[in-house]
Design a protein around this ligand. Structure first.
Ligand SMILES: CC(C)CCC[C@@H](C)CCC[C@@H](C)CCC[C@@H](C)CCOC[C@@H](COP(=O)(O)O[C@@H]1[C@H](O)[C@H](OP(=O)(O)O)[C@@H](O)[C@H](O)[C@H]1O)OCC[C@H](C)CCC[C@H](C)CCC[C@H](C)CCCC(C)C
Ligand SMILES: Nc1ccn([C@@H]2O[C@H](COP(=O)(O)O)[C@@H](O)[C@H]2O)c(=O)n1
Ligand SMILES: [Mg+2]
Ligand SMILES: [Mg+2]
Length: 197
C-alpha cells in the first residue's frame, strides 16, 4: 500500500513547486520559512489557550504544515539544500509536534495521556534519527509517521467541533497507533542490526 503521505508528497509537488519558484525569486531563505513554521506552531498553542477554537487551530496547523513542506521545496529550487537546513527542519518538527499536541489539554483530554502522546511522538522520530546513525533508512516505516500524526490532530480538532465523543475515540486510536509505530520501528532496527551480527 502506498502510504498516504507518499501520495500526498507527490501530489503536493504540483502545488508546492510553483510557489517555491515564486518565493525563490523573492530571495526568501528556506530557513526563514522553516522558522515561520515553528513560530506558527507556538501561535497555535497560544490561540488554543486563549480561544479554545479548534477550527482556527486547524487553519494555523495547515499553514504551519504548509511551511514545513514548502521549506524543503524552496531549498531544492534554489539549490541550497543544506545540512543546517535539514537539522533545523527536523529539530523544529519536534518542537512543532510538542506545540501541536500539548494544547489538547485545553479541550479536557487527560493531561497524563497527552503527555504520553507527546513522548510517543518524540520517540517515533528519535528512533528514526538513531536508526539513520546506524545506516538504517527509516523513512516510511511505521503506521503513524509525522504527516499522519498532524492529519490525525487536525481531524481530532474538527471532531471536537462536531462531536466530542468521536474526538475522544480518535485520541485513543492515535495513542494506540503511536505505540504500534514505536514497536514497529524498534523491531525493524533490531532485526536489521541482528542480521548484521
Ligand atoms: C474530517 C476530514 C474530512 C478532514 C481532513 C483534514 C485533513 C485530511 C487535511 C489536513 C491537511 C493539513 C492541515 C495537514 C497536512 C499535514 C502533513 C501532510 C504535512 C506535514 O508535513 C509532514 C512532513 C513529514 O515531515 P518531514 O518529512 O518534513 O520531516 C521528517 C519528520 O519530521 C520525521 O518525523 P517522523 O519520523 O515521521 O515522526 C523525522 O524523523 C525526520 O527527521 C524529518 O525530516 O511530510 C511532508 C509531506 C508532504 C510534502 C506534505 C504535503 C503537505 C501539504 C502541501 C500541506 C497542505 C496543508 C494545507 C492543506 C494547505 C492549506 C494552507 C492554507 C494557506 C490554509
Ligand atoms: N530550511 C531548510 C528546510 C529543508 N531543507 C532541505 O529539505 C529537506 C526537507 O524537505 P521537506 O520537503 O521535508 O521540507 C531537508 O532534509 C533539507 O535537505 C533545507 O535545506 N533547508
Ligand atoms: Mg520541511
Ligand atoms: Mg519540518
Amino acid at each position: 500500500m502506498v502510504k498516504l503521505i507518499t501520495r500526498l508528497r507527490k501530489q503536493s509537488k504540483k502545488l508546492l513547486t510553483p510557489i517555491a519558484k515564486a518565493l525563490s525569486r523573492s530571495g526568501v531563505s528556506p530557513n526563514v520559512i522553516t522558522s515561520i513554521g515553528l513560530i506558527l506552531s507556538m501561535i497555535y498553542a497560544l490561540v488554543i489557550y486563549l480561544t479554545r477554537n479548534p477550527l482556527v487551530g486547524v487553519l494555523i496547523i495547515a499553514i504551519s504544515s504548509f511551511m514545513d513542506a514548502l521549506d524543503g521545496e524552496v531549498a531544492r529550487v534554489l539549490g541550497k539544500a543544506s545540512p543546517l537546513g535539514a537539522f533545523l527542519d527536523s529539530s523544529f518538527d519536534r518542537l512543532e509536534d510538542t506545540f501541536f499536541i500539548t494544547p489538547l489539554v485545553f479541550f479536557d483530554f487527560s493531561p497524563f495521556l497527552v503527555s504520553i502522546l507527546i513522548g510517543l511522538s518524540l520517540t517515533i522520530s528519535y528512533l528514526r534519527a538513531k536508526a539513520e546513525l546506524v545506516g538504517y533508512k527509516m523513512e516510511g516505516r511505521g503506521i503513524i509517521e509525522r504527516g499522519e500524526r498532524i492529519i490525525a490532530i487536525v481531524i481530532i480538532l474538527i471532531a471536537l467541533y462536531l462531536n466530542k465523543e468521536i474526538s475522544i475515540i480518535l485520541f485513543y486510536v492515535l495513542i494506540i497507533l503511536s505505540i504500534v509505530t514505536v514497536i514497529q520501528r524498534f523491531l525493524a532496527v533490531i532485526q536489521s542490526l541482528k542480521d548484521k551480527l
